[in-house]
Design a protein around this ligand. Sequence first.
Ligand SMILES: Nc1ncnc2c1ncn2[C@@H]1O[C@H](COP(=O)(O)OP(=O)(O)OP(=O)(O)O)[C@@H](O)[C@H]1O
Ligand SMILES: [Mg+2]
Length: 266
Amino acid sequence: MSEYLFQVQQVSKSFHVATADVPVLKNITFDIKREDFVVIFGPSGCGKSTLLHTMLGLEEPSSGKVLFLDKNLYNGVTEDERSDFRKQHAGMVYQQPNWIRSLTVQENVAFPLQLLGEDKSVALEKAKQALEMVEMLEWSAYIPTELSSGQQQRVALARALVTNPEVIIADEPTGNLDYESGQELMQLLTSLNKKARKTIVMVTHDLEYLRFAKTAVRMFNGQIVGVYDEKDQNKLMNEIKGKRGNGDFEHQAKPEKLEPSKNIQP
Ligand SMILES: Nc1ncnc2c1ncn2[C@@H]1O[C@H](COP(=O)(O)OP(=O)(O)OP(=O)(O)O)[C@@H](O)[C@H]1O
Ligand SMILES: [Mg+2]
């Protein structure tokens, strides 16, 4: 078993729009180690969600290779196999949770296990444990939409955890939350990373959340332009503060001037 959860190698992705191919990911190479807490950040439209989708087997790259737990996702693997693999090994949280409205919180959390063929009573019991991990057990009998946005995201996290996946993938999980609830969710992710040793891969365009990362990955215009580990965080923060002082950081980022710390492909 390798130390890597993901190995993304020279991945490019173009979308065919009208009569042209539009490049969205450009020759991306990077790795994610087990038990890391990775925050991928960059301006809207730079390709963050597309990158996550290729890593999860949801979007086949135009070229390059993705290994997820050493499995080469797009080489001789059917879409159904990719889907099963993803359900077993990754738990996902999105900006806006999707609920089955006729089911309670506990039943919604149990649902991914039932999809994997688990007995209903076992699934409900495991759902209880997952709800306990996010401190939402007492809300089990509610309908999810009766809860606040912050509470719903905690339940969404329980649903992502219920299959006991190696990795939690979260795409803008704090996007709909107020400051307080956003901080709480980040603290919960931090504690899952530290105590339950889950690898976390999160995408955001909000620089506020970078301080929770063990590794921050900066994207710009379809490329990775910087990878910063914990000891580089101060440098990153100073860089960001400097740019913010001059106006809109996101649009002034000049990738060629960064000094990426490791493993960057131009
Ligand atoms: N299925 C698709 N067909 C055509 N273009 C697409 C498709 N999916 C994404 N794109 C384009 O790829 C680019 C990157 O999109 P992506 O959703 O990955 O950005 P993002 O960094 O996640 O942005 P945001 O922060 O707004 O979520 C955008 O220009 C988008 O319009
Ligand atoms: Mg996105």
